[in-house]
Design a protein around this ligand. Sequence first.
Ligand SMILES: Cc1cc2nc3c(=O)[nH]c(=O)nc-3n(C[C@H](O)[C@H](O)[C@H](O)COP(=O)(O)O)c2cc1C
Length: 198
Amino acid sequence: MNVTVAVTGASGAVLAQQLLRALEADARVSGVDFVASESALRVIAEELHLSGRHELLEKLLGGATKKTHPHAEQDIGASIASGSYPSAGMIVLPCSMGTLAGIANGMAANLIERAADVCLKERRPLLLCVRETPFNKIHLRNMQLAADAGATIFPVIPAFYNEPATTADMVRNFVDRVLAHFGLPQPNAYVWKPGAGE
Ligand SMILES: Cc1cc2nc3c(=O)[nH]c(=O)nc-3n(C[C@H](O)[C@H](O)[C@H](O)COP(=O)(O)O)c2cc1C
């Protein structure tokens, strides 16, 4: 399957990095179409100290890519802008309130919003991993709009019941949950066992 991954300018660049690495390593995935917004590049530089548009993907992956194809945010003629391209769906991680607004209101003003719009019209999975706190009413309304149109609101909220010892554990657990929801359960993902913490 081909999976589309968009990274926007919300906090949580490390989550996007983990997602891209997991997809790159997953034999069930034949291709990953990757788009980062201009703001995402700024946040990635702030949070991961990685910069340089051209080598960014390799830096995020920690090596050369075998199947991840980068697209420019303004390339509205890219493959994923068309419903005829066989994408299995799209994950926006992290999803800023700005991009949420654009998707929820059908703006299709850049490749990320257009590819998301295509997922909704083609009834393909669209996971919006929104990140902001607190939410204002505009954010809440836009989440409702997007959910009504078929998107899954999958907020960046960590779990604690798995007793994560490190930030890396939290990141891995969140990405595992995202991928399981997308139909790509990960082999070593934590699974809740009732009574395990007693
Ligand atoms: C370091 C940093 C962290 C940010 N974190 C968030 C965030 O968590 N959520 C959010 O909605 N916007 C956040 N922003 C603001 C967005 O980057 C900004 O609204 C931007 O216009 C979003 O553009 P995009 O949706 O095209 O990526 C952050 C900006 C910076 C520089």
